[in-house]
Every structure is written in structure tokens, then in C-alpha cells.
Ligand binder design. Structure first.
Ligand code: NAI
Length: 303
């Protein structure tokens, strides 16, 4: 018996990159899969039914069971229909992998509202819409697993990605909230923070030699390395794992920290701005976080 025998999964944005590898791995583990992807450009323009169907064809050729779905995650109604597709095609839903994504990078002072709204719309709203569409079914059957894609661009930081960072940190909060609210129904929710060479990473600026060197390292991290972690988190083998963030980079996996107080300061008579000016930096100074970016923290070559 394979790890996901009898289960049905929706994987959004599964026409390429990480999502395609996750869809294929879920199918190989016995799940029947809705391969969702609207087949747009990396910035979310256009649409093409080809990528989702190609992944379905690969799954079918390998002896698995899958259907294509080309709806957008970023609208409430179409997200409902993505989940309905799982019920219509396979009679149930057990796993939601929120993987669909776009990038519209710009330095903050040049970021246009439409690029903010588009990125929030696909990543954060899309993850909410698809998760929410599955929730009544998970609740009724008293089981279900969510796997969402967050990013160290949000968890740590990166240049030129205010929209993406806000969406991805928002997804970490969404996942934790789902984990808390649905625990009573036996439903789990976890995040993967992946590192993988995909067309999305191809849009990282390569203006400086440091950035070019970074991209060369990223190319060694293939998207298939993310899939086993998604399969595990989606399976009953991870029954005790919920509300977690797992970073995956080539053959390394990391349990990521979550925000907790690290130092406190108390003043009997309450605080004034002047008292803070006197005490804040002398007390917290050694612990103030540097303005790290993701590559500062993941500074060694992928292994
Ligand atoms: P990708 O661009 O290859 O895959 C994203 C897929 O989502 C595309 O196939 C695209 O057509 C689809 N998509 C976009 N908008 C959609 C919508 N509204 N409805 C349905 N599908 C839609 O990129 P990649 O790298 O495979 O990214 C997958 C996920 O992993 C994304 O959520 C991304 O933010 C996340 N991630 C990737 C990292 C990496 O190193 N590649 C790093 C951190 C996070």
C-alpha cells in the first residue's frame, strides 16, 4: 500500500516547476490528482491549457490518475469550482496544495498598485479561496491536509518583493490559523518554504556579480527535491505535524522558527517616548535584527 492510497489531491499551479513535481509525486504515492494551472506567464498574464494537460498526461502514462483544471485560484467562484472538480472527478478531497504563484518584482517606491493586488490576489487570496472551498468537506469527513508554499522572501526578506513578501508571510499566518481552527476536526495545515530552480527564479535580478553567482547556485536546486516533503506532509504519516514551516533546499530540510519574544523590558510607571529613547537601544541593541535577506541566512551552497 502506497502512502496516499485512496486520497484525492488538488495541486494549484501544477503545470510546471515545483507544482508539477508535487502533483506527479502525489500520484506516484497513490493519490488521484486535480492538476490545476491556468498556464499564464510568470507575471500572471495570458492562459494556456497545455501545461496542466501535459502533467496529467505524464501522470497517466506512469499509471496514475489525474484531471486537468485551468481555472484561476484568485477568484472565489473559480476556486470553489477547482475543489468541485475533485469531487466530480474522484468523489472526495483529502489534500490541498496551494502552490500557484506569480511574481511582479519592483522596488517598493516604484511598485504599482496593480502589481501589489495581482500578487496578493494569486498567492494570499488564492490560498485562502482554495483552502476555504475545501474546508467544509474536510470538516464533514473529519480529515484533510493542507500544504501551502511560503517563501524566505517573506520569512526573512528580499529586495524588490514587497508584494510577494507580504503575501508569503500572510500565507504563513493563514496556515497557522487553519491549523488552529481545524485541529478539532482532525485537519492539518503546514507550509513549505521551497528553494528550487524554476522559471519564477529566472526573474531574479542578475545586475551584480553577487546576484549572478547566487542564480548559478540556485540552478542546482531542482524542483523535484521539494516533492517528497509535500507528499509526507500530506500523508497520515505526518499526523502529528501541523502549524509548521519546513524549508527545503536540495537535500537539506529545515524546521523554521516562528516569531516569539526574545527580550523584554518593563517600567513600573509605564513608558514615555523619552524613557524609550533612553532605554530601547541600550537594552535591545544587541538583539535587534540586522536587515538580513534570505541569501544572507542561507549563505552556503546547496548540498
Ligand atoms: P512556476 O512559475 O513554475 O509555477 C507557478 C505556477 O502557478 C505556474 O505554472 C502558473 O501558471 C501557475 N499560476 C499562476 N497564477 C495562477 C492562478 N491564478 N491560478 C492557477 N495557477 C496559477 O514557479 P515555482 O517556482 O514552481 O513556484 C511554485 C510555488 O513555490 C509558488 O507559490 C512560489 O511562490 C513558491 N516558491 C518558489 C520558490 C523557488 O525557489 N522556486 C521559492 C519560494 C517560494
Amino acid at each position: 500500500m502506497t502512502m496516499l492510497e485512496g486520497k484525492v489531491a488538488v495541486v494549484t499551479g501544477a503545470g510546471g516547476g515545483i507544482g508539477a513535481e508535487i502533483a506527479k509525486a502525489l500520484a506516484a504515492a497513490g493519490a488521484r490528482v486535480v492538476v490545476n494551472d491556468l498556464g499564464g506567464s510568470v507575471s500572471g498574464e495570458g492562459g494556456d491549457a497545455g501545461p496542466a494537460q501535459q502533467v496529467v498526461d505524464q501522470i497517466t502514462a506512469a499509471g496514475g490518475d489525474a484531471v486537468a483544471d485551468t481555472r484561476s485560484v484568485s477568484e472565489w467562484d473559480s476556486a470553489q469550482k477547482i475543489v468541485e472538480n475533485a469531487l466530480d472527478s474522484f468523489g472526495r478531497i483529502d489534500i490541498v496544495v496551494n502552490n500557484a504563484g506569480i511574481l511582479r518584482d519592483a522596488f517598493f517606491h516604484k511598485m504599482e498598485p496593480e502589481n501589489w493586488l495581482a500578487v496578493i490576489g494569486v498567492h494570499l487570496n488564492g490560498s485562502f479561496f482554495v483552502s476555504r472551498a475545501a474546508a467544509p468537506h474536510f470538516r464533514a469527513q473529519r480529515s484533510g491536509a493542507y500544504v501551502h508554499m511560503t517563501s524566505t522572501s517573506g520569512l526573512i526578506g528580499n529586495f524588490g518583493q514587497a508584494n510577494y513578501a507580504a503575501a508569503k508571510l500572510g500565507i504563513a499566518g493563514l496556515s497557522k490559523s487553519i491549523a488552529l481552527d481545524l485541529e478539532r476536526f482532525g485537519v492539518r495545515s503546514n507550509c513549505i518554504s521551497p528553494f528550487a530552480w524554476s522559471r519564477m527564479i529566472g526573474t531574479i535580478p542578475t545586475d551584480t556579480p553577487e546576484q549572478q553567482a547566487r542564480v548559478e547556485k540556485l540552478k542546482q536546486m531542482t524542483p523535484d527535491k521539494i516533492a517528497p516533503v509535500a507528499v509526507y506532509l500530506a500523508s497520515d504519516a505526518a499526523a502529528e505535524v501541523t502549524g509548521q514551516i519546513v524549508a527545503v533546499r536540495r537535500n537539506e530540510i529545515f524546521l523554521m522558527s516562528q516569531s516569539r519574544p526574545i527580550r523584554s523590558l518593563h517600567r513600573e510607571q509605564g513608558w514615555t517616548p523619552e524613557a524609550l529613547a533612553e532605554r530601547f537601544v541600550p537594552t535591545f541593541g544587541p538583539d535587534l535584527y540586522p536587515l538580513h535577506r534570505s541569501p544572507d541566512i542561507f549563505s552556503w551552497d546547496p548540498i
